[in-house]
Design a protein around this ligand. Structure first.
Ligand SMILES: *Cc1c(COP(=O)(O)O)cnc(C)c1O
Length: 296
């Protein structure tokens, strides 16, 4: 099986005409290169949970997610690598044909249990799993350990070289970690991949235990909502790849790159700004698009 290799991470220049025109310098931290499945930020968010589990006397690991969850398949792959028994609690009834994500998770040895959407909302575990021997990782890795793991993302770059650090957000765990790991004079720009996720700011603040004036969240680049896309987004992703040779996914990083290019056009970033964009992975999600949609 493919090994997990944080040493594969690179810092790539993003020579995109819009950035040149706005007189800003943009670099991309390629966390997508760590592993094709335990992609990007998922490994960072999981690392301290896995350490904590190994220090404990617990027997199995349980986590939650939907049928297309990067977090579910990343947890499955990481547990496979570490020989940890794991269970995935999946939102909704089992479909006649499983999603490729869930098939992959099962192939990694994850035991899948399907619960109703209502039970999922309350994170209600089946009776037989309510045991002290099980270690629970919250959905999306949201939590202090997830944030602390995400904060270590910036150890792979000389973070002081940048005026702005930009990332996409689902639960906000990664954004909270980035906020923790940056300095008072650095801005953190967060692009929400969900529609109307008004609780995102509160979720980030409750992890960092502060309200930061360095944090700016943008809610208008969701393209219809979580995992939705529009031709305009896919066209942009192709253009961005053509110019920079950097691939992106349509759920998170494509929206983030689009947003940063749009904000640059709107002169949001002062001239001379040096931006670090976190490529948080997720590329395997593109397999759900019709073949040929993307040029990479
Ligand atoms: C999960 C994921 C995110 C969101 O991370 P959060 O910590 O939940 O905000 C961003 N990008 C990619 C590619 C992801 O898979």
């Amino acid at each position: 099986m493919e090994a997990l290799n944080p040493l594969n991470i690179t810092l790539d220049a993003a020579p995109f005409p819009i950035f040149n025109k706005a007189n800003i310098e943009v670099s991309v931290l390629r966390l997508d290169k760590i592993h094709s499945v335990i992609s990007g930020n998922k490994w960072f968010k999981l690392r301290y949970y896995l350490e904590d589990f190994k220090k404990s006397t617990k027997k199995a690991l349980i986590t939650f997610g939907g049928a297309w969850s990067n977090h579910i398949v990343a947890t499955a792959a990481a547990c496979n690598q570490e020989n940890i028994p794991c269970i995935g609690i999946i939102r909704g009834e089992e479909a006649a044909t499983l999603s490729t994500t869930l098939i992959e998770a099962r192939n990694y040895g994850m035991h899948l249990i399907f619960i109703t959407r209502q039970d999922f909302k309350q994170k209600k575990l089946p009776q037989n799993l309510l045991s002290d021997e099980n270690y629970i990782i919250p959905e999306g890795g949201y939590g202090i350990l997830g944030m602390q793991g995400a904060a270590t993302i910036l150890e792979f770059v000389n973070k002081n070289n940048f005026t702005h650090v930009c990332c996409a957000a689902g639960t906000g765990t990664m954004a909270a970690g980035i906020l923790k790991a940056t300095n008072d004079n650095q801005q953190v720009v967060v692009i929400s991949a969900l529609r109307n996720n008004i609780s995102l700011l509160g979720s980030i603040n409750s992890l960092t235990c502060t309200e930061s004036s360095r944090l700016q969240i943008f809610h208008d680049y969701h393209f219809g909502g979580y995992a939705h896309h529009r031709p305009e987004l896919l066209k942009f992703m192709n253009e961005f790849y053509q110019q920079t040779k950097i691939p992106s996914d349509f759920v998170y990083t494509g929206k983030m790159f689009f947003a940063i290019a749009d904000l640059a056009t709107l002169k949001y970033f002062p001239e001379g700004s040096k931006l670090l964009l976190i490529h948080s992975g997720g590329l395997q999600g593109n397999t759900s698009l019709e073949k040929g949609t993307l040029i990479f």
